[in-house]
Design a protein around this ligand. Structure first.
Ligand code: AP5
Length: 192
């Protein structure tokens, strides 16, 4: 089993690379952004509160996200090959919660960090915003999302670096070239 935290700024390619990993390795994929957008679509009161936070580019409270992950891990099938965590953890508190949850089930995770230049992130998200219909794919919100990433999310990379399970990838290349780097890490680490 291999659990992967696919890490990186907004627009770094987490969703895109997750799809390729799923197709190649048959891992489960949990995107917290997708989970939250699905809740918004239901039109529930909770969905409205989430929508207000996401549209501004702010994070949803840790307790809510940790609850989602706890339920997810408890529901994993016995013979699951592993999970790609896409968009989680996003704060140090979430990273601590994930580590202890995985420990409870005798599991661990490695982090793959997709590193992309800021100008390219903005360019990709503006481009996607023309068709995505996502309320957070506009220049002001994109800038705020990137600032939130630097402030609250990026420090987690040091947490995994300290624990020796951190791997950086140059995400500036095209999709296939980035995937080649990701694949090398998974093939090597999956054998350990
Ligand atoms: P989330 O949905 O996770 O969004 P994000 O992190 O901002 O990431 P994106 O989906 O925008 O980008 P991505 O890295 O997946 O890149 P993608 O592959 O799509 O979260 C949204 C919001 O939900 C957050 O802001 C927060 O409010 C909330 N949230 C979610 N999780 C949370 C948590 N744990 N705690 C608290 N709040 C949470 O690619 C982007 C574009 O680039 C695409 O058009 C793609 O085709 C293109 N592209 C990708 N790779 C390449 C490449 N190599 N070359 C050229 N183009 C590429």
């Amino acid at each position: 089993m291999i659990n992967i935290i696919l890490f990186g700024a907004p627009g770094s390619g987490k969703g895109t690379q997750s799809d390729l990993i799923v197709n190649t390795y048959g891992l489960q994929h949990l995107s917290t952004g997708e989970v939250l957008r699905a809740e918004i679509k239901t039109g529930s009161e909770l969905g409205k509160q989430i929508d207000a936070l996401i549209s501004e580019g702010n994070l949803v409270p840790d307790e809510m996200m940790n609850g989602v992950i706890e339920k997810y891990i408890a529901s994993l099938p016995k013979h699951c090959k592993g999970t790609i965590f896409d968009g989680y953890p996003r704060t140090v508190a979430q990273a601590v919660a994930l580590t202890s949850l995985l420990k409870k089930y005798q599991m661990d995770a490695l982090m793959i960090d997709l590193m992309v230049d800021e100008q390219l992130l903005i360019q990709r998200l503006i481009e996607r915003g023309k068709v995505s219909g996502r309320s957070d794919d506009n220049l002001n919100t994109i800038r705020h999302r990137i600032a939130v990433y630097h402030d609250q999310t990026e420090p987690i990379a040091h947490y995994y670096l300290r624990h020796g399970n951190y791997f950086a990838v140059n995400g500036n290349y095209d999709v296939e070239d980035v995937f080649k780097q990701v694949k090398r890490i998974i093939d090597r680490e999956g054998k350990r």
